[in-house]
Design a protein around this ligand. Structure first.
Ligand code: CP3
Length: 351
């Protein structure tokens, strides 16, 4: 079987396409990372953003959870702020903190100083995706690669706040107080995120996920007016490449139909949101992804699996269902629990 045929029978891609796979596909947000001893080993002495610019390290780290768990998709190892770093924004990822930006963006001149992203800024991304799609074709009969980017609101929040935030006060001050600067900033990031995704798709990624992790900080009305148009721009550009699109946010219950309307085939559901309610909100037009509480992996195995079974049963009602956690893997997670969870989901009978 050649690569294209193998991927055509991928349960993950079938679920994204709204076909009914023979079993529920599963992968985990942040499946590569600190919960894996093999990750900590290869990252020793190497900074986070440095490792995201090394094609061999990206390839190795992306493959680690696929080898260990046999998950149904690989997610490209990078970060939502990597494209900003690549175009020259002065930022770092501080361990235990997150992205920190040296000179926060507040004015039109600040926005105009950020260059657009071209493939020449990220040659290591193209190289890593090409290496990965070659390797992944031979794993478990063909494992698809998910490309990803940060959505404009979430990326803007780091640029404007200068780092992680709880209230997004400066971000909202700009959104409401300087709509022209906000518009220019969101357009700029939409262009960068779309270009970053295009590089990954052109090099061979089979699907994309747009992470708008912090969009849940917006009311539906504010999201619709000040965020949705820019995420739609990203999704429209990727839609033209013909790959399926997943749109995910945390605390996003009130935003689910709007996030779907940005142009996604599948909407990621945060663990706080009852999956059956989310499916009703989204209607027949969308698949869903999620949504086990990442902390339930710390519960006794039978309790974790009981809840996972309920999620699989509920997911059958949706146009398509990809099993995942309802946010990223917690760094102290026991990988053996994720191995048991993967095995359980993949062997759960669907008829
Ligand atoms: O999912 C995967 O396995 C792919 C890799 C991935 C990373 N970041 C690697 C990473 C993905 C998809 C991301 C996306 C990302 N980055 C998001 C959206 C997803 C989400 O979690 O909501 C956000 C908000 C960021 C920004 C960011 N980068 C944060 C908040 C942190 C954590 C800071 C910390 O130390 O707790 C990072 C750093 C980061 N990105 C790590 C990893 C594996 C940990 C740093 C390390 O291993 O040294």
């Amino acid at each position: 079987m050649n690569t294209a045929d193998a991927l055509a029978s991928s349960p993950f891609l079938q679920a994204l396409a709204g076909q009914k796979p023979s079993r529920t596909p599963v992968w985990f947000m942040r499946q590569a990372g600190r919960s894996l001893p093999e990750y900590l080993k290869v990252r020793e002495g190497i900074g986070m953003l440095e490792s995201c610019q090394d094609a061999d390290l990206i390839t190795e780290i992306t493959l680690q959870p696929v080898r260990r768990y046999g998950v149904d998709a690989a997610i490209f190892f990078s970060d939502i702020v990597l494209p900003l770093k690549a175009v020259g924004v002065d930022l770092e990822i501080k361990p235990g903190v997150g992205p920190v930006v040296a000179d926060p963006v507040r004015t039109m001149a600040d926005v105009e100083a950020i260059p657009d992203l071209t493939p020449e800024h990220v040659p290591y991304i193209t190289e890593a995706v090409q290496n990965l799609t070659g390797e992944l074709a031979g794993i478990n009969g063909g494992t698809p690669l998910i490309g990803f980017a940060g959505a404009p609101f979430t990326v803007a929040s780091y640029l404007v706040e200068g780092g992680p935030s709880k209230e997004y006060a400066k971000t909202k001050a700009l959104m409401f107080g300087a709509p022209d600067v906000w518009d220019a900033l969101m357009r700029k990031i939409a262009g960068i995120s779309a270009a970053f995704l295009e590089v990954q798709v052109r090099a061979g990624a089979s699907a994309v996920q747009l992470f708008d992790s912090w969009a849940g900080a917006c009311t539906p009305a504010d999201y619709e007016r000040h965020v949705l148009p820019y995420s739609t721009e990203v999704m429209t550009r990727i839609g033209e490449l013909g790959v399926p699109r997943i749109h995910f946010g945390v605390n996003s219950a009130m935003l689910l139909p709007l996030m779907g309307s940005a142009g996604a085939e599948v909407v990621g559901v945060d663990w706080r949101t009852p999956l059956d309610w989310a499916i009703d909100q989204l209607g027949d037009g969308f698949g869903v992804q999620g949504n086990l509480d990442p902390a339930l992996v710390f519960a006794p195995t039978e309790i974790m699996l009981e809840q996972a079974g309920k999620i699989i049963e509920t997911g059958r009602r949706a146009k398509g269902h990809v099993f995942n956690l309802g946010h990223g893997v917690i760094p102290t997670t026991d990988p053996d629990q994720l191995a048991r969870l993967t095995e359980f989901v993949q062997s759960y009978p669907l008829d």
